[in-house]
Design a protein around this ligand. Structure first.
Ligand SMILES: [Cu+2]
Length: 265
């Protein structure tokens, strides 16, 4: 219904609501544009100088323009209270239970996305700023902590299972970044000092999207949507949506790889 907006292909469960809200906002704003544009043109002609050489002290006596303004305010209130606020509440307040969802931590930094999975125990391992090493340990993860044994971290690569609620806990190490994945209709600022959760359900795997779009090189991209410094334009992450089995296999192989003792330490 909203193809005319030219949005990127939709790949999340809630995205249809966002699209229909964007669609309705465009329709209402177009009606407003035509309405106010005609009113403006009417005033230019009706109150032209040649017809009104002297100012009229009584002014307009009819109330039609006031009614019009009230009607516009009512339409805007409907947009806000009937559409936007309930949609916002559903997106932000009603988080899926953490035991049904995949919880993953994404930390923005100049100019990359650090991804942290808690592993099968569901507990994020301890992080310590003293262990932070920009090359080998950008999150300062303490591998000695038992909860960290099965943790997986990646740089700019977010792997997700399809058709399962995903809770992303967004953080930032330095300045304000913004986690935006257009196909999921998700965008949220990452603010230093805060952990902000967002959630969505991806509905189309990367492989399926490649088939549907006919683009064999298609990738879901995390675009940093806040100008965060000189390297902002190259702050790209990639999202790979897989079937539940593929995702489990990937996670398992990463756990084995990353929990192995580091031969250089
Ligand atoms: Cu950024």
């Amino acid at each position: 219904m909203t193809e005319w907006l030219g949005l990127p292909p939709l790949a999340s469960a809630h995205g249809g609501q966002i699209d229909s809200l964007i669609g309705w906002t465009h329709i209402f704003m177009f009606v407003l544009f035509i309405g106010w544009g005609s009113f403006f043109t009417y005033c230019l002609i009706r109150f032209r100088r040649s017809r009104n050489p002297v100012a009229d002290y009584a002014g307009v006596t009819s109330h039609s323009s006031s009614y019009l303004e009230v009607a516009v305010a009512v339409v805007e209130a409907i947009l806000l209270f009937a559409f936007s606020i309930p949609l916002w509440a559903a997106r932000v307040d009603r988080m899926p239970p953490a035991n049904e969802a995949l919880v993953v931590q994404v930390t923005g930094e100049q100019f990359a996305w650090n991804v942290h999975y808690p592993g099968p125990d569901g507990v994020f391992g301890r992080t310590d700023i003293k262990l932070l090493d920009l090359q080998s340990n950008p999150l300062g993860l303490d591998r000695e902590d038992p909860a960290a044994k099965d943790d997986v971290t990646t740089l700019n690569q977010l792997y997700l299972p399809v058709n399962r609620p995903i809770i992303v806990r967004l953080k930032s190490k330095d300045v304000i970044h913004s986690f935006g994945v257009p196909e999921f209709r998700v965008k949220q600022d990452a603010i230093p000092g805060l952990t902000i959760p967002i959630w969505f359900v991806p509905t189309i795997t990367t492989a399926e999207m490649r088939r549907q779009t006919g683009k064999p090189e298609f990738q879901y991209e995390i675009a940093c949507a806040q100008l965060c410094g000189l390297g902002h334009a190259r702050m790209r992450g990639f999202v790979t949506v897989q079937t539940a089995e593929e995702f489990q296999a990937w996670l398992q192989s990463e756990i084995e790889l990353q929990s192995a003792p580091d031969p250089f330490r």
